[in-house]
Design a protein around this ligand. Structure first.
Ligand code: NDP
Length: 457
């Protein structure tokens, strides 16, 4: 049967754009549809604008630190509307660049929401297109907790477009997005209260990393309310009154919910076509990203494997290579490095101390906590944490973690070594670059007794 396209991709985010582009470059006839702006969560309302706000919020500390180096910085003044407008211009530029990437590769863009009609047909804006293969790359969306008055709060979507910077903000949640936005608003001068239902932020991360970051964020002024659950949000004039399960009321100007994201599976026609979902409500796929319907594949956050942009890009790229590039490639989800752009940032690759002990039994732990050189003259008390976890039997480094300036930049390189299976002896044989913080990763010689920390919940 002759199809309109060899490949139809639903969703033009990072994964969908990469998949369609690589397929088209390999000679496939490809179309993609998008009902929002091309670029997806990461480019339009996620990683990219978030990082720009992180940069923007860091200047207050830079000005403070400058004094110790002899600089007298005059009175500084921050304009939220300027930062937002400049950020928006950059997002517009990237949106245009993504559209050009598609057209240069020969991918046809259909504007509108895609819906499956059958295993080889997609409907967009009232028109039907047939395709030999279909890829669903619809990503995820922010979810609000089901509490009374949740409509009075915002999510990260709206945080990027606030007209004014709130004086006080309550951030609810302890995940990536919550700690990143707590840092942004705190750095820009708002009074930030972060309400977390557990005792520590960043569940799933190394316990020591979680403790260290929470301590450093507290030092910078974020007010933590651990072991606290909200049950309702009420409006009172311009203020929001947040009621906790313990019967307290926390007053704030704005509430931001960062309580997780859900895969975008609704209203796609999945059920009638027979595409199966997993327990978490994400599209169930095999190791080749193939769904339960053989002609339909899914990549990125809608599959809820590892919800990171570079992972979606890998999944999309490898799928296109497999289907059209005559190069079958399974995405490899082991040892994916990641970062949290908190302040200070976190970089991590491999296993946490708790996981390493569970998986490998006997492990060696190397950890260092120190004040970065830059802060000796500035007087800032911020401490950096670096940590290596080594399988005692094989000497292989199975986890590396850092909380401190440039953690994301540093862990990217360490990630190559961990992925390549480097041993601690090979780390030790690597000459450090002096003076840097990163050199600590190749100069840690003393094993530290294991933490008596309770296993990560
Ligand atoms: P996460 O799943 O990371 O965190 C959600 C947080 O909200 C957790 O602290 C969770 O607590 C809490 N929570 C969930 N439901 C409730 C509830 N009903 N009441 C109170 N608290 C609740 O989600 P995020 O939204 O922060 O991020 C989504 C994903 O996006 C991440 O998993 C990550 O993969 C990706 N991301 C990556 C970034 C990066 O790479 N730098 C940046 C931003 C996002 P608990 O731990 O108790 O479940």
């Amino acid at each position: 049967m002759a199809y309109d396209y060899d490949l139809y991709v639903i969703g033009a985010g990072s994964g969908g754009v990469r998949c369609s582009r690589i397929a088209a470059t390999a000679g496939a006839r490809v179309a993609i549809c998008e009902d929002d702006r091309v670029g997806g969560t990461c480019v339009i309302r996620g990683c990219v604008p978030k990082k720009l706000l992180v940069y923007g919020s860091h200047f207050a500390e830079e000005f403070e630190d400058a004094a110790g180096y002899g600089w007298q910085v005059g009175e500084s003044k921050f304009s939220w509307p300027t930062l937002i407008a400049n950020k928006d211009n950059e997002i517009d530029r990237l949106n245009g660049a993504y559209k050009r990437l598609l057209s240069d590769a020969g991918v046809t863009l259909h504007e509108g929401r895609g819906r499956l009609i059958d295993a080889n047909t997609v409907e967009v804006a009232g028109k039907r297109y047939s395709a030999e293969r279909i890829v669903i790359a619809t990503g995820g969306r922010a979810v609000r907790p089901g509490i009374e008055g949740a409509e009075h709060g915002i999510t990260s979507n709206e945080a990027f477009h606030l007209k004014t910077l709130p004086k006080r903000i309550l951030v609810y949640g302890g995940g990536y997005i919550a700690v990143e936005f707590a840092g942004i608003f705190n750095g820009l001068g708002a009074e930030v209260t972060q309400v977390v239902r557990r005792d520590l932020i960043l569940r799933g991360f190394d316990q020591e990393v979680r403790q260290h970051l929470q301590k450093e964020m507290t030092r910078k002024g974020v007010i933590f309310r651990p072991n606290t659950e909200l049950v309702a949000v009420e409006k009172s004039g311009d203020a929001c009154l947040c009621k906790t399960a313990a019967g307290e009321t926390i007053e704030t100007d704005l509430v931001m919910f960062a309580t997780g994201r859900a895969p975008n599976t609704q209203d796609l026609g999945l059920e009638q076509v027979g595409v199966g979902l997993n327990k978490a409500g994400a599209i169930a796929v095999d190791e080749w990203s193939q769904s339960t319907v053989p002609s339909i594949y899914a990549i990125g956050d809608v599959t809820d494997r590892i919800n990171l942009t570079p992972v979606a890009i890998m999944e999309g790229h490898f799928l296109a290579n497999t289907l059209f590039g005559k190069r079958p490639m399974k995405p490899d989800h082991a040892n994916v490095p990641s970062a949290v752009f908190s302040q200070p940032p976190v970089g991590t690759v491999g296993l946490t101390e708790e996981e390493a002990r569970r998986v490998h039994g006997e492990i060696d732990v190397y950890a260092a906590t120190f004040r970065p050189m830059k802060y000796t003259l500035s007087g800032r008390q911020q401490q950096t944490l670096m940590k290596l976890l080594v399988d005692a039997k094989t000497d292989r480094v199975v986890g590396a973690h850092m909380v401190g300036d440039d953690a994301a930049e540093i862990i990217q390189g360490i990630g190559i070594a961990v992925k390549a299976g480097a041993t601690k002896a090979q780390f030790d044989a690597t000459v450090g670059i002096h003076p840097t913080a990163a050199e600590e990763f190749v100069t840690m010689r003393s094993k530290r007794p294991p933490l008596q920390a309770k296993a990560a919940e």
